[in-house]
Design a protein around this ligand. Structure first.
Ligand code: FMN
Length: 203
């Protein structure tokens, strides 16, 4: 499947087959693909919690206002952005330094720039967490499509309830849920989009 095909065929699935689970190896592959998303300085300021147990799904569905897809999908990922984004950046850059893609001096300068940008800037930290987690979530949606799986992003959840149910530490901000599994019958196709003339400006 080409990337264009995946983008065009993906739809927000509202009816999942509750009988079809996913192996943890598939869940790990999806998370690995999601982790290929880009992030500022390659901060990788995200965490993915894959909720696939019956008790976990029940707790998450309750925090998502009873949205049925959270109970029925094989897995729902809680996509968290982490704060502050520069935390752990030096270690995150180390593999690129060791491979010779980024010089040690450049990596050090990125750590310094990121620290200068985000230190004592909770609003900027939060914005970056949402940016990174959103890109990871979109990558996860396309990864699911590429694996022949159905998916749906959800922002309809009570963040405080999710935090409490999954004991999220303060530095993990739940940004989006992404339900993934096998589609049941009866799902509508992707919804039509606005005309390009309404959204594209050539400058
Ligand atoms: C940020 C975001 C939040 C969303 N939250 C929900 C949600 O809580 N429940 C739901 O059923 N769908 C949710 N959706 C799915 C949208 O309704 C869907 O993407 C949109 O209607 C377009 O449909 P399509 O993806 O099938 O083209 C969300 C999508 C996004 C991007």
């Amino acid at each position: 499947m080409s990337v264009a095909n995946a983008i065009e065929s993906r739809r927000s699935c509202h009816l999942f087959d509750p009988e079809q689970a996913l192996d943890d190896a598939v869940i790990a592959r999806l998370a690995t693909l999601a982790s290929r998303a880009p992030s500022a300085y390659n901060c990788q300021n995200w965490r993915f919690i894959a909720v696939r147990s019956a008790s976990g799904k029940a707790a998450l569905a309750a925090a998502a206002y009873g949205q049925r897809k959270v109970s029925d999908a094989a897995v729902t990922f809680i996509i968290c952005g982490t704060l502050p984004p520069q935390h752990g950046l030096a270690a995150a850059l180390q593999p690129a330094v060791l491979r010779g893609d980024v010089s040690a001096a450049l990596a050090a300068s990125w750590v310094s720039q990121a620290s200068d940008t985000f230190h004592d800037q909770p609003q900027l930290q939060r914005e970056e967490a949402i940016r990174s987690a959103s890109l990871a979530a979109m990558t996860l949606l396309l990864a699911a499509e590429g694996e022949g799986l159905a998916s749906c992003p959800l922002s309809g959840f009570d963040a405080a309830a999710v935090r409490q149910a999954f004991a999220l530490p303060p530095e993990q901000l739940p940004v989006l849920l992404v339900s993934i599994g096998h589609a049941a019958s009866g799902n509508a196709p992707q919804k039509p989009r606005k005309a390009l003339s309404e959204l594209l400006q050539l400058a």
